[in-house]
Design a protein around this ligand. Structure first.
Ligand SMILES: [Mg+2]
Length: 255
């Protein structure tokens, strides 16, 4: 029995290239899960406002119970309204850990910025003048940048990143979609054995390695490394892509 379902959004529930982008049957399945007492979290690299926009843009007729955003924050539905609120003190601790990290990582970040600006077409993403990530222009370029970042961060192991295609977000190594899901399991009192996670890209790997979710799966369009992680954790690599693949993973668990 799945009591907590954690799904990625872009590339997992939503296909940006297909029509319709989301197979409507998925909503019936999510409603069914809810009826049986299950909870549903969207676990995404998007920011809170960007995922709220996404749910609107793709016409989701139902809202998740939780949104886990920027690969690390945990929000629950505001019981009094339509908005979202911090769940527990995780987001505060997460914020503090990142403030501290970005302060000590300043020289490291300056090196990364110089490398990217001088040697690549990639664009650094800033938030309040702080470099928080970057967007590359090709897989080949991303691999070059990652080789540089990996070598540079060897001297500051707390400095890590989350990668989703050509997007990179710098983060503290203690925070990921997996860590956020683990905290949500703790806050909702749902053990790993009753948690299922489904995602398609590198930033999903921390929630698909079996540490936080006993049940894992990925759609057919997933990155090779994701499929390998799912197989290794005893999960299901679907034949269908995107939401069709999500349906397949959930249906299999209900058999
Ligand atoms: Mg994705």
């Amino acid at each position: 029995m799945i009591r907590l379902l954690s799904t990625d959004f872009d590339g997992t529930l939503v296909s940006h290239f297909d029509k319709p982008p989301v197979v409507p049957a998925i909503f019936e399945i999510l409603r069914e899960l809810r009826k049986q007492g299950g909870l549903w979290a969207i676990n995404t690299g998007r920011t809170l406002s960007h995922i709220v926009e996404g749910l609107e843009e793709f016409g989701f007729p139902i809202q998740p119970d939780f949104v886990l955003t920027t690969e690390r924050e945990v929000f629950r539905r505001d019981p009094g309204g339509d908005g979202w609120e911090d769940f527990g003190d995780w987001n505060r601790r997460c914020f503090d850990a990142h403030e501290e990290l970005f302060a000590i990582a300043r020289p490291l970040l300056a090196e990364i910025v110089s490398y990217v600006e001088a040697g690549t077409e990639a664009e650094i993403i800033y938030e309040k003048e702080r470099p928080i990530g970057l967007v590359g222009t090709s897989d080949e370029e991303m691999n070059r940048i990652l080789a540089f970042v990996d070598a540079a961060r060897a001297r500051l192991p707390a400095f890590a990143y989350q990668q989703n295609t050509v997007y990179l977000r710098f983060c503290h190594s203690d925070y990921s979609k997996g860590a956020a899901l683990g905290e949500l399991g703790r806050l909702t009192n749902i053990p790993r054995e009753e948690i299922c996670a489904i995602g398609d890209h590198y930033n999903d790997i921390p929630m698909l390695d079996g540490r936080y979710a006993r049940w894992t799966g990925c759609p057919d369009n997933s990155a090779q490394a994701v499929k390998e992680t799912v197989r290794k954790s005893g999960g299901h690599v679907a034949r269908g892509g995107f939401s069709q693949g999500v349906i397949e993973v959930i249906e299999r668990l209900r058999e």
